[in-house]
Design a protein around this ligand. Structure first.
Ligand code: NAG
Ligand code: NAG
Length: 774
């Protein structure tokens, strides 16, 4: 029997429940699976599998066999849970007594005790257990000292208090934290008005922090999406925070710490260390610091962190300081950083002021100026710092001049800040050097012998891949610089002058999402292009490897997708050349040490085909599975053929599967067809790679799948151009509905490729190069 209200005359007894007015939530007695104890709890009434979102008597369970317990309103107007012998087991112990009160459950899942005039005397939202519902809050009130935290269950079938707690800090700006007992376990990073610095991909479409400086409160809320979506955040008994949504089942869309990122465990690299999940080793000391114990550090025990290598100038005794002139400390800039814990907030509204305030105070070890926050400075150990591949903030670390020394390449991304140039004339030389290194407009002409030496005579052990235009080798030049040398197969048929001209044009294409051409070598028949070497090789080495693919969290994948789109936008629209890539595929997406994507092999098809417009040519450069129908069938190419390839790439990155792998359920010949099928059935999210299925953004993935389908439309006119693609990715433009593709092209070729993969196949008017790898 279901009650809608508990009053003095109608208590809740076993086998009864209290339901909310629209039947969304239900409250009653329950026994967790595998347990012999009974509790009063709240759960979703209609969504199965159901989930308990609140428990009253966590630490005071009723016996499993107690069949005459009841939840009553006592004579004093208080709520009471009575056991079979009429002992009070649990009560909110409301002080303000009322001679008439009633208890009911709201459609938001709030269990409320109110008086005759509907004044709330007590509510379950004020005593959260492990789950945060929309319309509920956790956080702190600095003035009253009151904290609202989530506390995990002890185990999956044990609602009693576990060891993990999730809450909001009272500092400015606030951070989300989870603690294991009293030790920090995970940290969101500082709140930056619309997102947390440490969770850049999750903006406040999911949640919000609301601060009231007068009341002294900082509260964290889950977005209620106008109450149109069911969702909750909770902390599991193993300490992970999860955000779940209802979509024909509970879908975890985000998890922290991320199981794929060991850097998210609080302070894993110790004081003055910083963590890069793609680094090897993953922990390093900050610039100017060294491991406290080399022996421990080399064993991979980073907990004790790092020490300063050289005393700061400001720490030196006054007499020593006087003997040297202008020896101020300086700041070392780190980019894309999850800022350390324990920042002090300074009331300064410009970056110069922030810097000089820090410089003048010797206790200040680092500062950061974030537009949405303001000035932050650190005077305690720099702890829990992480290197991101995308987003993140600039951190400036105080160092003595000499400890910076010569740049070691590994730190190339971190340059001496421009801010200090005027104050520190001594910096001039290193600035010039820095500029020289950054200026790649000068192409280097290498002689063949130096490339031969660098690659150990094109030793097969140094081979990075085999592309349509020739093999690529890793090399190390005399000066220690690593390179990737592409030895072009000599079929280009171009004269030397034309070739050089093409190379010069290609070298002008410079963008952070394009592989940088360093130089070239022409000697006799040999034509070699020399590129920057990227340590993480190509996307396919991660994406299609069952062990490596979990490292590509959704955040990293989305970052890669956005980078490739921006690189392509540059090629199509913004560069001086307007280049169509014509062979965009996963193996042509290279990754730097921070997993920034860089498109390779651009401009090469142009080089090989000259500048002629290929209409109905029989020679098609490209890779099966990525070619648009009009290009593969007729050789007609346009920007929209690249967009098609980008669409295939998008679906491959989401699913972790190759378009042509031919193992799709049902009659689907390729990934595009399979994705279309799932989309039509409203099961688009089933496409997601299993390796990341427990942590992704529903909104972003849904948007990317729809975009992937739009980009792979049969007719070029139905596909968006690359500018529209970039806007749609950023959520700045609305996506239209894709039409059903017909797949004549795929059907035509599927059986041919099955038997002839890896070879060059001629069919009537088409030549298709099906070379896998680079
Ligand atoms: C790491 O080093 C610390 C400090 O020396 C030590 O207490 C701890 O047990 C070590 N941890 C491991 C896993 O070896
Ligand atoms: C220097 O910084 C420390 C730590 O933030 C602070 O306590 C102290 O008041 C500062 N001193 C001055 C002179 O601003």
């Amino acid at each position: 029997m279901a009650l809608v209200i508990i009053t003095a005359s109608s208590p809740l007894v076993q086998n009864q429940t209290l339901v909310s007015s629209s039947q969304i939530f239900e409250l009653g007695f329950f026994t967790p699976k595998g347990s012999a104890k009974q509790y009063i709890g709240i759960w979703y009434k209609k969504l199965t599998p159901s989930r308990v979102v609140w428990v009253a008597n966590r630490d005071k369970p009723l016996g499993h066999t107690d069949q005459s317990a009841s939840l009553i309103i006592g004579e004093d107007g208080n709520l009471k849970l009575l056991d079979g012998r009429q002992n009070t087991v649990w009560s909110p112990n409301v002080m303000a007594k009322s001679n008439y009160s009633e208890a009911l459950l709201s459609d938001f899942g709030n269990f409320v005790l109110q008086d005759r005039n509907a004044n709330i005397m007590w509510e379950s939202f004020d005593e959260p257990t492990d789950t945060l519902l929309p319309n509920m809050k956790i956080g702190v009130n600095v003035k009253t000292g009151k904290k609202l935290n989530l506390t995990s269950w002890k185990g999956e079938d044990d609602p009693s208090f576990g060891s993990f707690v999730m809450g909001v800090t009272s500092e400015k700006p606030p951070q989300l934290f989870t603690w294991n007992g009293s030790s920090p376990y995970w940290r969101s990073g500082q709140w930056e008005k619309t997102k947390f610095i440490g969770i850049p991909t999750m903006t406040n479409t999911y949640y919000d922090i609301r601060q009231d400086n007068i009341q002294g409160t900082s509260y964290f809320y889950l977005n209620n999406y106008n109450n149109s979506i069911f969702g909750y955040t909770f902390i599991s008994s193993e300490g992970s925070v999860k955000l779940a949504f209802w979509a024909n089942g509970w879908l975890t869309s985000w998890k922290a710490p991320a199981p794929t990122n060991p850097c998210e465990i609080y302070g894993v690299c110790g004081p003055f260390g910083f963590c890069n999940p793609f680094g090897s080793p993953m922990c390093r000391c900050l610039k100017g610091f060294k491991p406290r114990s080399d022996e421990e550090w080399n064993r991979g025990n980073w907990t004790r962190g790092c020490l300063r290598e050289m005393e700061l100038n400001c720490q030196k005794p006054a007499s020593a300081a006087a003997s040297t002139t202008v020896e101020k400390d300086m700041f070392w800039q780190m980019r894309q950083i999850k800022l350390p814990d324990s920042a002090d907030y300074l009331l300064i509204d410009n970056v110069e002021g922030c810097q000089s305030q820090c410089l003048e105070n010797c206790s200040c070890l680092a500062f950061s100026y974030v537009n949405a926050i303001g000035c932050m400075a650190w005077s305690k150990d720099l702890l829990d710092t992480q290197q991101f591949s995308t987003d993140g903030e600039d951190l400036f670390i105080r160092l003595v001049d000499a400890s910076v020394g010569a740049d070691t390449g590994r730190f190339r991304k971190m340059t001496i800040p421009r801010l200090l140039r005027s104050e520190e004339p001594l910096r001039e030389t290193s600035w010039k050097e820095q500029m020289k290194e950054d200026d790649a407009s000068k192409l280097i002409v290498y002689d063949f012998d130096s490339i031969r030496l660098a690659t150990d005579n094109f030793n097969v052990e140094n081979k990075l891949g085999q592309g349509g235009f020739g093999p690529v080798y890793k090399g190390k030049l005399n000066n220690g610089k690593e390179i990737a040398a592409k030895r072009l197969s000599s079929s280009s048929g171009q004269g030397i002058a034309e070739f050089k001209n093409e190379i010069l044009l290609i070298s002008k294409l410079q963008h952070r999402n394009l592989v940088r051409l360093l130089g070239f070598c022409i000697e006799g028949e040999e034509k070699i292009l020399v590129y920057e070497y990227l340590p993480n090789k190509s996307l396919d080495t991660f994406l299609f490897d069952s062990r490596e693919k979990a490292k590509l969290s959704w955040g990293v994948r989305f970052h890669i997708i956005q980078g490739v789109a921006r690189g392509l936008l540059y090629l199509h629209r913004d560069s001086c050349l307007r280049v169509i890539h014509r062979d965009l595929k996963v193996s042509n997406i290279l990754l730097d040490e921070k997993m920034n994507p860089k498109i390779s092999d651009f401009g090469l098809s142009r080089m090989f085909e000259g500048t002629q417009v290929l209409v109905n040519t029989h020679k098609v450069v490209g890779t099966f599975g990525y070619m648009s129908p009009e290009y593969a069938m007729g050789g007609i190419f346009s920007e929209k053929s690249d967009v098609y390839s980008f669409g295939v790439l998008l679906l491959e990155i989401i699913s972790g599967k190759k378009n042509t792998s031919l193992d799709y359920p049902g009659q689907h010949l390729n990934l595009v067809a399979y994705a279309w099928h799932l989309w039509c059935e409203g099961r688009g999210l089933d496409l997601i790679d299993e390796a990341i299925a427990d942590a992704f953004s529903v909104l972003e993935v849904t948007r990317c799948i729809q975009l992937g389908l739009l980009c792979t439309q049969d007719h070029a006119a139905d596909r968006p151009n690359i500018l529209a693609v970039v806007l749609m990715l950023n959520g700045e433009s609305i996506l239209s509905q894709p039409k059903q593709p017909t797949y004549t092209f795929s059907r035509l070729l599927a059986h041919e490729v099955q038997s002839q993969e890896g070879s060059i196949r001629s069919m009537n008017t088409i030549t298709i190069t099906t070379v896998e790898g680079r």
